[in-house]
Design a protein around this ligand. Sequence first.
Ligand code: NAD
Length: 271
Amino acid sequence: MQKPNERLAGQTAIVTGSSSGIGAAVALGIARDGANLLINYHSDKKSAEDIAHKINTDGTCGEAIVMKCDVSKEDEVQAMFKKTIDHFGTVDICVPNAGMQKDAAFHEMSLKDWQMVIDVNLTGQFLCAREAIREFKRRGMREVSKSLGKIIHMSSVHQIIPWAGHANYAASKGAITMLMETICQEYGPEKVRCNSIAPGAIKTDINKEAWSTQEALDELNKLIPYKRIGVPDDIGSVAAWLASDESEYINGTTIYVDGGMTCYPGFTNNG
Ligand code: NAD
């Protein structure tokens, strides 16, 4: 691990879905900057414990604890916040990152698969953001940050790029924009900062079929002006900065971390 710059020292973060992929990189990025962490997992306890172990044995990071929680369940999200607050005293940074896909042609999409994706990707982010705001208001300002609290929603380029065969996923991410911007408008006056990160194609389990063969990777690169697939650390480093006072005046914004995917690469050669 790199030497931390301690810009998040004394703060505590909850990162959902942080036993794998982007969430794990966000947790490590935030821990490297000195924050304490709640590593949340849904099914893979071992991976969550491995990440917590890495943080706890590094010697320069904050402290990490682990908890199972299904983010679509209100009582489980509330229990996750309670455990974090009981252990660390409060929550300063919330990164609702957990997400999933259940893909199908739209006319074949079952209500169950529609609902499951909305429950995790949208309702899960609502439940976490709401508990975070409640905690920020309960404890008031602290000297560790210029903001009352920071929420960083994990969205996707598919909050603006339509995605055939993934209507439930695209709808959930489109809705995150309005959730995030509304929270910004409502709680900005109390010094809450609420932003989103919209990753492009990042090499994780969620999109294995898009990068597991050279052929698939070549196809994917046609969509990326920068001509490489992203890696989880590309998101982790941005999240840590966005949680810090270095980005204090950024509020109500989506930061695209996508190698230029949202810049219409199909028009590169005259369309
Ligand atoms: P991933 O599959 O590695 O991570 C998703 C995580 O969410 C997993 O740890 C999973 O266990 C967890 N999760 C799923 N359902 C859950 C539930 N009900 N409760 C708690 N946790 C649950 O994939 P990833 O790429 O790291 O995805 C993380 C986030 O990034 C997601 O919100 C995804 O939509 C978003 N994203 C990913 C990409 C990409 O290219 N990988 C692009 C844009 C956005």
